[in-house]
Write a protein that binds this ligand. Structure first.
Ligand code: TRP
Length: 333
């Protein structure tokens, strides 16, 4: 049986953090064993709201690739590819933009939320408003059948499938498969300050590259329960960042349940919990940090990995591009 194709990607806007690990990197490690996996370094999509800082977008390409390799993505099993070097994606994007209205793009809940939260108003970059069509191009160009994305990206997948159906209708046959979104069960990791989302720009993230000292400082700064002033006080588990992280990373569920009960009753201090969490995170990030340091010393190797992955991706995406243009009846030369 041939393996199903799976595509995910990250905007290259900065190094990845523990939220990425819990929500997606971890799953990609198992997917590479069972699927034909492509990881897209989405530097073009990064530009849609970072055109003022191309330097950051460029530098992040190697950083994100290093993060992938350091956590255990195997370039023999997974193709790591660079979006801006896959011209078929841009060509399909331009095509798809003719199959979607501006109104529909603006109505996309993900886009709507982001326009609101960033206060773009009418000065929204056109590329940003159009990114659902561009992401549809990414996904369909690989003929990805499985697309693991965060919950906030579900409407983008819906719109991708809407476009795939329109192209299939224009072609009169099924050129493009419909993609299935997989939303990770781990959910989104909160920031260390307790805010809903961990993000570098929010200043509440723990980068995968964190040194031992940085890791310790971050765990010590984690929000727990502001009313848990004395060890003997009963404490709250819900919304307590330390417990959220223990749930995500501590394999010993039975002990965590006991600790939760003890914390709720009172008599369990934050310090003990934080020490436990620090040990677990250090076990996870220690080896990542070491591999990261080695890869940092060998950027040519990382570049080669991206080059090879991109070459593989170019073949696949170019083939789809040709097939789609022909199928809908564009002039063939
Ligand atoms: N929009 C995705 C994100 O912000 C990144 C991305 C770009 C992507 N192209 C993709 C994800 C294709 C899945 C498939 O996380």
């Amino acid at each position: 049986m041939t393996k199903k194709t799976i595509l995910t990607g990250d905007r290259t806007t900065g190094p990845l953090h523990l939220g990425h690990y819990a929500g997606s990197l971890r799953n990609r490690l198992s997917f590479q064993e069972t699927h034909n996996q492509f990881l897209l370094l989405a530097d073009m999509q990064a530009l849609t709201d970072n055109a003022h800082d191309i330097r950051k977008v460029r530098r992040s390409v190697l950083q994100v690739a290093i993060d992938y390799l350091a956590v255990g993505i195997d370039p023999e099993k997974t193709s790591i590819c660079l979006q801006s070097h896959l011209p078929a994606l841009g060509e399909l994007s331009m095509l798809y933009l003719n199959f979607v209205s501006l109104a529909r793009l603006e109505r996309n809940p993900t886009i709507k939320d982001e326009i609101r939260s960033r206060g773009f108003g009418r000065s929204i970059p056109a590329g940003f408003a159009c990114y659902p069509a561009a992401q549809a191009a990414d996904i369909t160009a690989f003929k990805a059948e499985v697309v693991p994305v965060g919950e906030d990206q579900a409407p983008i997948l819906e719109q991708t499938n809407e476009l795939a159906r329109k192209i299939n209708a224009a072609a009169g046959r099924e050129v493009l498969p419909v993609a299935k979104a997989i939303i990770p069960s781990a959910g989104r990791m909160p920031g260390i300050d307790g805010r809903a989302k961990m993000s570098k720009s929010g200043g509440n993230s723990i980068p995968l590259s964190a040194s031992r000292r940085e890791l310790k400082a971050a765990v010590n700064a984690m929000y727990t329960d502001e009313n848990h002033l004395q060890v003997s006080d009963p404490g709250k588990v819900e919304g307590n960042v330390v417990f959220t992280f223990l749930d995500a990373f501590d394999p010993d569920k039975a002990t965590i349940d006991d600790l939760k009960a003890h914390y709720r009753r009172g008599g369990l201090g934050d310090g003990m919990l934080k020490k436990r969490l620090l040990g677990i995170l250090e076990d996870l990030l220690g080896p990542v940090r070491e591999r990261r340091a080695e890869l940092e010393k060998d950027p040519d190797f990382v570049r080669d990995v991206i080059r090879e992955g991109t070459a593989r991706a170019r073949e696949v995406t170019q083939r789809t591009r040709d097939e789609v243009f022909e199928a809908i009846g564009m002039f063939a030369l």
